[in-house]
Write a protein that binds this ligand. Structure first.
Ligand code: HEC
Ligand code: HEC
Ligand code: HEC
Length: 469
């Protein structure tokens, strides 16, 4: 009797083991899947402060309207989202509505609105069970000026501009351009940086991925146009840019793009990178009518200048200190040539890249060239770190302009000219969009408009009542 009981219990336990193992496996699979989606969606980039704990928040996003601080989204029950249900999580991520109120669209919910239900579930399991709680609040708090301090205003903005629907899970499976569309438009939210915004700060869909300014940098046109976009890049050019942050003889990634590569894109599977390329090939071309040739087409340094450069410049180590010279050629020789070479063609292996055949130098704007000189490049890659020193503080505005003009005239688009005040403006984050400059006075007009709107509704309702009588 006892024996058979034990045997029976043993059998029961045996029967239970595979079940238990399966449940464990299921959770592990969701955590793994959720971790990959979090990578592709780059939740880390904003929700982790550099040097801080994973997902502890505190990262400052400078918007034209003021600083917005990313929240703690670790499973901490006091400071994070540990008490949230999956429904609350889904609503915050896809609709920008958290239990405490509306979120600002600095959290890219307008893109994430397309995340499939299955992927939201995996993300939720990952954040709740696959990440560690961070039991402290971010040091800074978001504090936007009136009228943007009124979070409820976002509800109205959402009605007008945030209308995305979750993509059905079937279309988000591995392989093909449809998967690429899901990655580009939803998870990797490329358009939040690369699509220009209209007057209400929402993405202008008629120029989708047509290039936009952000904080001094310019996220270039990445449509399929062969002149203004990346239609002239090979599949491998695009893949190596996204994976390594560098496409030899085309472009390198600094600024926000370096962050996207470092935290997100370099971790994607080869199949997903191929899907992104397949989808980008289908994006409607946007052409800048003033641009006649692709940015990477300036392939040879202008020789007339070479002779000029060779003659008067003293290349002794003493002369290499930057001093106060505002002679572009001298500054280039002292500050840049040791890596990019005198002829601007970089090193043989392109570890130090060519400035000729470079969209940053030959493209329609000089912003990224100036920003790269000011801020440098610092990017972790799958094979080590890539770094160029930042010259802000070492070179003054006149010097930055002089060396930029030298690089443009010799290695790229010599129609462009940079002034010291251009450099100062970019240091301050570039020109402010209309809404940030005029928001205060517009908000007064807005209140007047809202009042008028209510009057019109009352008037129409009254008329309907009259008509139905
Ligand atoms: C481009 C930056 C950015 C990215 C990428 C980003 N977030 Fe956010 N997120 C923010 C900011 C900023 C806030 C705070 C917004 C506010 O205060 O209105 C926020 C808020 C949130 C909140 C609300 C937290 C609370 O306590 O109210 C959740 C949940 C969240 N994010 C989840 C995610 C997830 C999951 C991902 C990846 C799928 C992600 N975020 C990616 C910037 C980002
Ligand atoms: C956080 C903002 C941001 C996001 C997100 C982002 N980019 Fe970029 N991207 C930039 C900036 C800024 C540059 C310019 C970088 C530079 O020149 O150093 C850039 C450059 C590029 C270039 C090089 C274009 C050229 O002409 O040199 C390509 C290609 C590109 N991005 C593709 C993408 C794709 C595809 C995605 C989504 C998978 C994406 N980017 C997401 C900001 C962003
Ligand atoms: C110590 C070496 C070094 C020096 C000095 C240096 N660079 Fe660079 N530069 C680099 C590296 C490394 C990269 C990035 C390569 C990559 O991303 O693969 C880079 C990238 C660039 C880019 C492309 C940036 C982008 O956003 O795409 C430009 C433009 C550039 N450098 C210009 C200059 C100029 C102008 C100077 C002088 C003021 C200079 N560099 C000095 C090493 C250097």
């Amino acid at each position: 009797m006892t024996r058979s009981l034990i045997a029976g219990l043993g059998l029961l336990t045996l029967a239970a083991i595979p079940h238990f193992a399966m449940a464990q496996d299921g959770t592990d699979d969701f955590i793994k899947k959720g971790a990959y989606i979090a990578r592709a969606a780059d939740c880390m980039a904003c929700h982790t402060n550099p040097g801080g704990k994973d997902y502890g928040g505190g990262y400052v996003i400078s918007s034209p309207l003021g600083d917005i601080i990313a929240s703690n989204i670790s499973p901490s029950k006091t400071y994070g989202i540990g008490n949230w249900t999956e429904g609350q999580f889904a609503q915050a991520v896809r609709e920008g509505v958290a239990p405490e109120g509306n979120l600002y669209p600095a959290m890219p919910y307008t893109s994430y609105s397309g995340i499939s239900d299955a992927d939201i579930h995996a993300l939720y399991v990952y954040f709740m069970q696959g990440t560690a709680p961070v039991d402290e609040a971010p040091v800074k708090k978001t504090n936007l000026p009136f009228p943007f301090s009124q979070r409820w205003l976002m509800a109205g903005w959402n009605v007008l501009y945030a209308s995305g629907k979750p993509m059905p899970a079937a279309t988000t499976q591995e392989g093909g351009a449809k998967r690429g569309e899901y990655l580009v438009n939803v998870l990797a939210h490329c358009s939040t940086c690369h699509t220009p915004r209209n007057i209400a700060m929402s993405e202008d869909q008629s120029r989708f991925l047509g290039g936009a300014d952000l904080g001094g940098w310019h996220a270039p046109n990445i449509t399929s146009d062969p002149v203004s976009g990346i239609g002239g890049w090979s599949d491998e050019d695009i893949k190596s840019y996204l994976r390594d942050g560098s496409a030899h003889g085309k472009s390198q990634a600094a600024g926000g793009m370096a962050e996207a590569v470092e935290h997100s894109l370099r971790h994607l599977t080869d199949s997903d990178l191929t899907s992104i390329v397949e989808y980008l090939r289908t994006v409607k071309p946007v052409r800048d009518p003033n641009q006649k040739a692709p940015g990477f087409s300036f392939s040879t340094p202008k020789l007339a200048d070479l002779a000029k450069l060779d003659a008067p410049i003293d290349r002794s180590p003493d002369a290499m200190t930057l001093g106060t010279s505002t002679n572009g050629a001298e500054l280039y020789t002292g500050a840049c040539a040791s890596c990019h070479q005198l002829n601007g063609q970089g090193t043989h292996d392109q570890f130090y890249p060519s400035l000729t055949s470079n969209t940053i130098v030959g493209g329609p704007t000089s912003q990224n060239l100036v920003m790269a000189i000011l801020k440098g490049v610092d990017r972790a890659t799958n094979n080590g770190t890539v770094a160029m020193p930042a010259f802000e503080g070492q070179l003054n505005n006149e010097q930055v302009a002089a060396v930029a003009n030298y690089v443009l005239s010799r290695f790229g688009n010599d129609a462009l000219h940079v002034s010291a005040s251009d450099v100062e403006l970019l240091k301050r984050g570039g020109p402010k969009p209309f809404i940030a400059r005029y928001a205060h006075s517009m908000s007064v007009a807005g209140i007047a408009a809202a009042g008028l709107f209510v009057l019109i509704i009352i008037f129409l309702l009254a008329r309907r009542k009259v008509a139905t009588r």
